[in-house]
Design a protein around this ligand. Structure first.
Ligand SMILES: NC(=O)C1=CN([C@@H]2O[C@H](COP(=O)(O)OP(=O)(O)OC[C@H]3O[C@@H](n4cnc5c(N)ncnc54)[C@H](O)[C@@H]3O)[C@@H](O)[C@H]2O)C=CC1
Ligand SMILES: O=C(O)[C@@H]1CCC=N1
Length: 272
């Protein structure tokens, strides 16, 4: 891919995930700058990834052609307003913030800049990320391509045609690693109650999840429901477990959780 100078404004969990994925896949570390008010996360990033660091957002912006907006949504307005002190012309903005619409970001930045709104997730750190991207018609093909290639460095990407679909990406992929972690926590807790020690109960559930995920990835021709059916012997143990899930409304529970994420993204769009 083409390499441009990229600045991350905010060096938290998600920036760290994307930066480590980029460096792992060979993106030149000297072209990456991260900015954060406090030192410890910056120092760790510099040490681990060899990137440039600064505590001054304007310095980071001035040093870059592409600005990744990666602070918490509630801080975005203050941070963007401060960025207006730099010359932002010609820069491409990539937002990773949940629930802040492109038009609102432009308002915060005080201009009309090329801007790609994205929704990544933390497995990006391993190169196993899933990112949804949206760009309006004003974004040039070259900028679209760069943003897509950038996020492809850390996993799979999916472009969406309407901005509201980014909230759907948030529900299905941005937040969803946490759903799987919650499910695993519950399974690990139950395995411990059955007498397994912490390490063994973790191994049991994590390896089962890894194997299941690989089976889904390696068998694209099979519907996920077919993979489920292959585990489920008639009147067997899996059937007993799955019946319990179905009888207790697992599907409604999951759809309600995802709709809650979308709803919250909509509320955030009105709040920040
Ligand atoms: N954590 C996740 O799984 C995902 C997060 N996101 C989005 O990524 C953004 C960042 O989230 P996280 O990395 O989880 O949060 P975080 O809290 O780990 O990182 C935010 C960072 O911004 C820094 N910061 C605070 N004020 C600042 C300022 N004035 N200038 C520069 N940096 C400042 C904080 O010190 C912190 O290191 C959010 O907008 C969130 O919606 C998107 C997808 C997934
Ligand atoms: O919880 C959040 O709001 C962010 C967006 C997706 C994952 N974390």
């Amino acid at each position: 891919m083409q390499h441009r100078k990229v600045a991350f404004i905010g060096a938290g969990n998600m920036s760290r995930s994307i930066i480590s994925g980029m460096v792992k896949s060979g993106y030149p570390a000297q072209l990456i700058t991260a900015s954060n008010p406090s030192r410890p996360k910056l120092d760790a990033l510099q040490q681990d990834q060899g990137i440039n660091i600064t505590q001054d957002n304007l310095e980071a912006v001035n040093a870059a052609e592409v600005i990744v907006l990666a602070v918490k949504p509630q801080l975005m307005e203050e941070v963007c307003r401060h960025l207006q002190q730099a010359n932002l012309n010609g820069k491409l903005f990539v937002s990773i913030a949940a629930g802040i619409e492109s038009a609102r970001l432009q308002q915060m930045l005080g201009g009309d800049y090329p801007l790609v709104r994205t929704m990544p997730n933390t497995p990006s750190a391993l190169g196993l990320g899933m990112t949804g991207l949206y760009a309006d018609a004003q974004v040039t093909e070259a900028d679209r391509e760069f943003a897509g290639e950038l996020l492809k460095q850390v996993g799979e990407i999916a472009w969406v045609d309407s901005e509201e679909m980014i909230n759907g990406v948030t529900a299905a992929a941005g937040s969803s690693p946490a759903y799987f972690f919650l499910f695993l926590e519950a399974m690990q807790d139950e395995a411990k109650k059955m007498g397994f020690d912490n390490a063994t109960s973790r191994l049991l559930v994590q390896q089962a999840m890894l194997g299941a995920a690989q089976m889904v990835c390696n068998n694209p021709e099979l519907e996920i429901s077919e993979l489920r059916a292959q585990v489920t012997s008639k009147a067997g143990t899996t059937a007993a477990a799955l019946n319990h899930f179905e009888e207790n409304g697992i599907r409604e529970l999951v759809s309600g959780a995802m709709r809650s994420a979308v709803k919250r993204a909509g509320e955030m769009a009105k709040t920040f």
